[in-house]
Design a protein around this ligand. Structure first.
Ligand SMILES: Cc1cc2nc3c(=O)[nH]c(=O)nc-3n(C[C@H](O)[C@H](O)[C@H](O)COP(=O)(O)O)c2cc1C
Length: 201
């Protein structure tokens, strides 16, 4: 199984980075081949609505670092996307990446990627209530399925961050680290992704 990881946090070595790396490491232990991208180190601009992708789905007219990712995503079996909650949504960098997945939506509103892929969305947040930003997981899950056939489950790591209610470093929270380890294992080994229990708070 080939898994791509995308980190949408500008903070190196911090919560999102730790969680996505931990998931990929665990997936590797379970036999997956993994590849990691840090979206914040890449030049990924916003969609310019030229609609060139509606004539050629799976490509984009903007020649930036997003271009090679289209083929990479097509060739992957699963995707892990991490972003901290910033002002009630994902980071601007992660949002630009998601917007550009619009290139996978065919002119008939069907995704260019015909075979569903497994997707795990992981979101640290400072607020201690894990249900507060559940709408991000629900909405993004719907969009990722609609745009590019990613069957998305989301995990919220609540209360972590510099001013987070549970303390800054997600590594100190064994419950969170254990939960994402289990999800990584399931991402690789579960007979069906739909059968995996939703990791909602
Ligand atoms: C600009 C900014 C906006 C944030 N907005 C929210 C928010 O709306 N809700 C929340 O619970 N935490 C918010 N946070 C806290 C982060 O989600 C939290 O610290 C997270 O663990 C950071 O992840 P990182 O360590 O990968 O950067 C915000 C942090 C920053 C810097």
């Amino acid at each position: 199984m080939k898994i791509l990881g995308f980190i949408g946090s500008p903070r190196k070595g911090e919560n999102t980075d730790v969680l996505v790396n931990h998931i990929l490491d665990k997936a590797k232990e379970c036999g997956a081949e993994t590849k990691l991208y840090n979206i914040c180190d890449m030049k990924i601009g916003g969609c310019v609505a030229c609609l060139a992708c509606k004539s050629n789905p799976g490509t984009c007219s903007i020649e930036d670092d997003m271009l090679p990712l289209y083929d990479e995503i097509v060739g992957a079996d699963a995707v892990v996307i991490g972003s901290p909650v910033y002002v009630g949504w994902i980071t601007a960098q992660a949002k630009a990446f998601v917007d550009r997945l619009y290139a996978f939506l065919g002119p008939d509103y069907k995704p260019y990627i015909e075979t569903p892929k497994r997707c795990l969305l992981v979101m640290p947040q400072g607020h201690p209530d894990g249900s507060r930003y559940e709408f991000i997981g629900t909405q993004l899950g719907f969009l990722l399925k609609f745009l590019c056939n990613l069957e998305t489950k989301y995990f919220i790591a609540a209360g972590v961050g510099k001013r987070g209610a549970r303390g800054a470093d997600v590594r100190e929270h064994q419950d969170i680290m254990d939960a994402v380890s289990k999800l990584a294992e399931e991402l690789v080994t579960a007979p069906t992704w739909e059968g995996v229990k939703d990791p909602t708070p």
